[in-house]
Design a protein around this ligand. Structure first.
Ligand code: 0X9
Ligand code: ZN
Length: 307
């Protein structure tokens, strides 16, 4: 049975983990959204050197006893917080997954855009952006994935506050992207892999996405992504350069993560391929999560010694 959760239920789950597994998890408040909801990152580490080991960042997933749908950076993409939360639950509560914790720390932020998430539950299921108020328009919100500072304001980002891909007034105008970037910057020597979960399309997307540009170590990123994607059984993903596979879109979080020196930076567009699009049936949530999870072993193994 799938239950649609309010953001308060997410706090409840993260708080529950924080009190139940104090030696394994640390709940970190990294700031507040425009509407003053707290922004949370969960650190998962079994090591006394937590905070100094190689680490993996993931944004966008959620699972709690029974799996429930939650959104990530784009409010309507409910499967991404679902997968992020599932990952949290598996890493923290399933002893068989302990090997995933043996060499790396994990930083997981299930909901980057809680205001938009709440809005998709209460007012408009298809809302995508943040909920900030504009001084020049009655339209609200900016696209968080056009609001990061790397190549901000270039191709594929709108200057119109009423558009779904509105870039915002400035880079990091949105408190959600600013807080997220500040936190990651503070851990940038530790974080070796940045993974942002979106939907839909079933793509593993590699930098860059602002234009058809390939980083010099593209083949390293491609080899790891292909290795990870080879673990998927029921949902096949197409892997390649973001712009070549999708479209150019500047100010994206994965481009920014790559630009600050995080070697492995990926955007995964979770299922489906468009049949149900953003409204993936609840019956597919758990299969999508279970299919995705084995890829993390590939990432963790690489990150432990990569760079
Ligand atoms: O347009 C986006 O932000 C992403 N697709 S979505 O349908 N989930 O909105 C793709 C982002 C890929 N990254 C860049 N193009 N920079
Ligand atoms: Zn998205």
């Amino acid at each position: 049975r799938t239950v649609v959760l309010k953001y308060s239920n997410i706090y409840a789950f993260l708080t529950y983990l924080n009190t139940t597994y104090p030696r394994l998890v640390q709940l970190i408040n990294i700031g507040s959204s425009y509407e003053k909801r707290p922004l949370y990152v969960l650190r998962i580490s079994n090591s006394s050197s937590a905070g100094t080991r190689p680490a993996i960042w993931i944004d966008g997933v959620r699972y709690y006893q029974k799996l429930r749908q939650l959104p990530g950076i784009h409010a309507r993409e409910w499967i991404s917080p679902a997968v992020a939360t599932y990952i949290i639950q598996q890493l923290v509560e399933v002893p068989a997954n302990a090997k995933l914790l043996s060499n790396v720390d994990w930083y997981i932020m299930p909901v980057v855009n809680p205001d938009g998430y709440e809005y998709t539950h209460t007012k408009d299921r298809m809302w995508r952006k943040t909920r900030s108020v504009s001084s020049t328009s009655s339209c609200r919100g900016a696209d968080p994935n056009r609001n990061f500072c790397y190549k901000w304001g270039g191709l594929g980002a709108s200057t119109n506050p009423c558009d779904d891909t509105y870039r915002g007034t400035t880079a990091f105008s949105e408190p959600e992207t600013l807080a997220t970037s500040n936190f990651i910057m503070g851990k940038s020597s530790q974080i070796k892999l940045y993974l942002t979960l979106h939907s839909y399309g079933q793509f593993g997307l590699l930098p860059y996405g602002y234009d058809v540009v390939y980083p010099s170590d593209y083949n390293d990123l491609l080899a790891l992504a292909n290795n990870a994607a080879s673990k998927f059984v029921n949902y096949r993903y197409t892997v390649g350069n973001t712009t070549a596979l999708l479209y150019a879109a500047s100010g994206g979080s994965a481009d920014w993560a790559k630009s600050i020196g995080i070697k492995y930076s990926y955007t995964f567009e979770l299922p489906d391929r468009g049949t149900n699009a953003f409204t993936l049936p609840a019956s597919e949530i758990l299969p999508v999560c279970q299919d995705f999870f084995p890829a993390l072993d590939v990432f963790a193994t690489k990150v432990a010694t990569c760079c």
